[in-house]
Design a protein around this ligand. Sequence first.
Ligand SMILES: [Zn+2]
Length: 493
Amino acid sequence: MIVLEKFYITTAIDYVNAKPHIGHAYEKVIADIIARWQRLKGKKVFYLTGTDENAQKNSQAAKEAGAPIREFVDKNVEFFKELCKILNISNDGFIRTTEDRHIRISQDIFKKVLAKGDIYKGFYEGLYCEGCESYLTEKDLVDGKCPEHQKPPKPLREEAYFFKMSKYKDRVVKLLESPSFVLPKEKRNEMLSRIKSNDLKDLCISRKGLDWGIDVPSDRNHKIYVWFDALINYVSALDYPGGGKFKEFWPADIHLIGKGINWFHSVIWPAMLISAGIKPPKTILVHGYLTVNGQKISKSLGVQIDPVEIVKKYGEDSVRYLFAREIPFGEDGNFSEKALKDRLNNELANDLGNLLSRVVKMIEKSFSGNVPQGKVDGKLGKELNIERIEKYMDKFELHNALAEIWNFIRACNKYINEKEPWTLEGKELENVLYTLADSLRIISILVSPFIPGTSDKINEQLGLNLGTLRGVKFGLLKGGKIKKGGHLFNKVK
Ligand SMILES: [Zn+2]
């Protein structure tokens, strides 16, 4: 029996206090590209996304909307599921933190950590930011305000449970010192210098007097601090500890997250796991923030884009392509409709769309739609650098991988212009068109993680099924019957 290598990737789970914005779409798409790439490599992939429903933020939003909280989260979670569908996200799981299994497993882990002596009761006094759902220190503030939420935190003193995070400082530092634990490197260095510059304090992990959230086991006056339960989604979705999925997929290969929650994932989460006797994840992969037309996304300032609207207008693959091509991974990036239109018209419609329609037309005209069995022209094959593409993908330089794939697509177009197949006949014509059809087969594989719907359309028109990375070799195409279809992409003004 062949046992496939496993690959477990997660996104952060989203608050359901409002509809998803373009940043949610970005994270899901990037994780999807990585998941699909790993499947192409032949791995058994589990891709998890989901929603963070126990947050106080959700309960506040429900009150403002005048809706019962449970009804409110049930309704809003559907927007996130719809977003996954409309973006052609291939997630294998979707976890909601109000699910019974998540509540049970969060309480089990709380009990485990308590039994180990790593949880104690005390008093917390501090500055609490409701937006972050977290206590902040004076050092975190900019002009007396939370820099993330532009609001001054409230002073709070209350009885609470604490997690002895300080005990795990050395272990966490050691993890952070391994080069692949947090990527990119700059994001790892930020965490390392932060943890080294202050004494890692114990973490307050309960809140008193809330009407929404998961009860502290055996003390119903307290709810488990939402971050403590939220992080547990990554193992509760695998039915920790007994579930077959946990045994098969844990530890996570990648937690993909935004830079604002790096500390929770790179420091708090591993400390919790070590305390509970669970292996830490392999890599925390940190992406930057999106701006919209150069401005920070902000609901109150009206700077936002509804990802569903934008997908309806331009198609999901144009949006997916823009995310991966326009923004170097790890950096902040800008989303603009102008960039989307430019790339859609030039790179998707002109470069890729025209290549397919030219080749399909020529095979129809000269061979009645039957792909000729010719010989590959090695000259064109040399234009594809698969090693370089793989290297970029392994380093999550998705924009460079796409640039490299597009170099090959442009080389194919140039090849047509140089060979002028319409002037050829016989064996020579067969060889040129076979080489082009075989190249399109390979292109369909390479672009499939990025623009899966388009990859399907290419294969449909060539009469093929999608291959795997092992199929990225020239000369493997065996016949096929062309089925001419519409344009891959329609240009927009
Ligand atoms: Zn805040």
